[in-house]
Design a protein around this ligand. Structure first.
Ligand SMILES: *Cc1c(COP(=O)(O)O)cnc(C)c1O
Length: 348
C-alpha cells in the first residue's frame, strides 16, 4: 500500500494472489446463475458457516439488508442492540426499504443484549404491537472494541428465538476474526443463527464483497431481495475469485492481526499521555485516547502523524482514536506508528 493505514481493515488492498486470481477467473452471467466462480465461492461460504446455501453480495450492508428483508416485512419488528451496526450505520435500511420496526435494547461492555430483556421485548399477540419476527446479533461486536462473542451467548438467544418462533440473523462482518480469536471454527458460532453475513473485504483483504448464508429457502428469498435492491451482478466471478483466495488463504492469518493489535496496545501503553487498556483488545481493533495533559486534539495528532510519517489513524472523539490492524500492517508499521506518536506527543 502507499501509506500506513490504521483507519480500518476495509482500507486493505487486495493481495498479489488475489490480483492474479482475478486476472485468471472463469466467469459467466451470475444473474443467469452461470458464473462458476461465484457458485464456488457461495458453496465454500455455506460450508464454512455450516449452512445450506449462500449468496454473494456487493457489501456487508447489502447482505444484512437483503437478509433482514428475507426474514421480515412491513409492520414486523426486529430486536437489535442500540449500538449494533445494523441499527446505527446502515442508513436505517430495514425501515427505509422494509417498513421493519427496530426494537432497540442496550448492550453490555462486550455487545451482549440481556437475554431476559430480549425475551421481554417480544411483543404479545395483540393488535397494539408490531409482530416480533427477528433478533439481530453481531460478531465480532464493532461498537465494543471488536469483542469476539462466544457461541454460548448465541445459544441462549437461540433458545428465546425458538420459544417465540423468531428468526436470528447475525451481522458477522468480522465473523472470522471472532472465530480465530476464540480458536474455534466459524460454524461453532453460526450454528445458533438462521443466517449470517460476513465481509470478504475487511481483514480478509478482498477488494469487494460479502456473503449471506442460510437455508436454501431463505437464500431463495434473499436472492429475490438482492434483485430488488439492484444487487444482481453479471461477470461477478472477477470479484468472487478474490473472495475464494480470502477464504482459502486469509482466515487463519487473522491471528497475526490480533497479535499485532495487542503489540500496538502494549506499545501505546508505554507512551506518556496515552490511555489504553491492552486487556480489552481481543481482535484487530485498538481504541485509545489522550489524557488532559496533552494539549492537542485527536484531529491535530492524526494530521501530524500523516504529515510526518504517512501514518493514517482515525480520530473517533475529541481526544480518542481507533486503530485497526490488517494484512498490510506488519511489525515495522506498528513500530513506525509508535515512534511517530511518541515524538509528536513529546512536543505537544
Ligand atoms: C463493515 C461492517 C458492516 C458493513 O459492511 P460494508 O461492506 O461496509 O457495507 C456491517 N457490520 C459491521 C459490524 C461492520 O463492521
Amino acid at each position: 500500500m502507499d501509506r500506513i493505514d490504521f483507519r480500518s481493515d476495509t482500507v486493505s488492498w487486495p493481495t498479489p494472489a488475489m490480483r492474479e486470481a482475478m486476472a485468471q477467473a472463469k466467469v459467466g452471467d451470475d444473474v443467469y446463475g452461470e458464473d462458476p466462480t461465484v457458485r464456488e465461492l457461495e458453496a465454500l461460504a455455506a460450508e464454512m458457516t455450516g449452512k445450506e446455501a449462500a449468496l454473494f453480495v456487493a457489501s456487508g450492508t447489502m447482505g444484512n439488508l437483503v437478509g433482514i428483508l428475507a426474514h421480515a416485512g412491513r409492520g414486523d419488528e426486529a430486536i437489535v442492540g442500540a449500538d449494533a451496526h445494523t441499527y446505527l450505520y446502515e442508513a436505517g435500511g430495514m425501515a427505509t426499504l422494509g417498513g421493519i420496526f427496530p426494537h432497540v435494547l442496550p448492550t453490555d461492555e462486550t455487545g451482549r443484549m440481556d437475554v431476559t430483556a430480549v425475551e421481554t421485548a417480544v411483543s404479545p399477540d395483540d393488535a397494539h404491537f408490531p409482530r416480533t419476527r427477528l433478533i439481530l446479533v453481531e460478531n465480532s461486536y464493532g461498537s465494543k472494541g471488536g469483542y469476539p462473542l462466544p457461541p454460548d451467548y448465541f445459544a441462549s438467544i437461540r433458545t428465546v428465538a425458538d420459544r417465540h418462533g423468531l428468526a436470528v440473523h447475525m451481522d458477522g462482518a468480522r465473523l472470522f476474526n471472532a472465530a480465530v480469536a476464540q480458536n474455534i471454527p466459524a460454524a461453532d458460532i453460526t450454528q445458533h443463527v438462521d443466517s449470517v453475513t460476513f465481509c470478504l473485504s475487511k481483514g480478509l483483504c478482498a477488494p469487494v464483497g460479502s456473503v449471506l448464508c442460510g437455508s436454501q429457502r431463505f437464500i431463495d428469498r434473499a436472492h429475490r431481495m438482492r434483485k430488488v435492491v439492484g444487487g444482481g451482478m453479471r461477470q461477478a466471478g472477477i470479484l468472487a475469485s478474490a473472495g475464494l483466495v480470502a477464504l482459502h488463504e486469509m482466515v487463519e492469518r487473522l491471528a497475526d492481526d490480533h497479535q499485532r493489535a495487542q503489540a500496538l496496545a502494549q506499545g501505546l501503553a508505554q507512551i506518556p499521555g496515552i490511555i489504553v487498556q491492552p486487556d480489552s483488545v481481543k481482535t484487530n481493533m485498538v481504541f485509545f485516547s489522550m489524557g488532559d495533559e496533552i494539549g492537542m486534539t485527536a484531529e491535530d495528532v492524526a494530521a501530524a502523524l500523516q504529515q510526518q510519517a504517512n501514518v493514517w489513524v482515525g480520530p473517533n472523539s475529541l481526544k480518542g482514536f481507533r486503530a485497526v490492524t490488517h494484512y498490510w500492517i506488519g511489525d515495522r508499521e506498528v513500530e513506525i506508528f509508535l515512534t511517530a506518536l511518541r515524538e509528536i506527543l513529546a512536543e505537544a
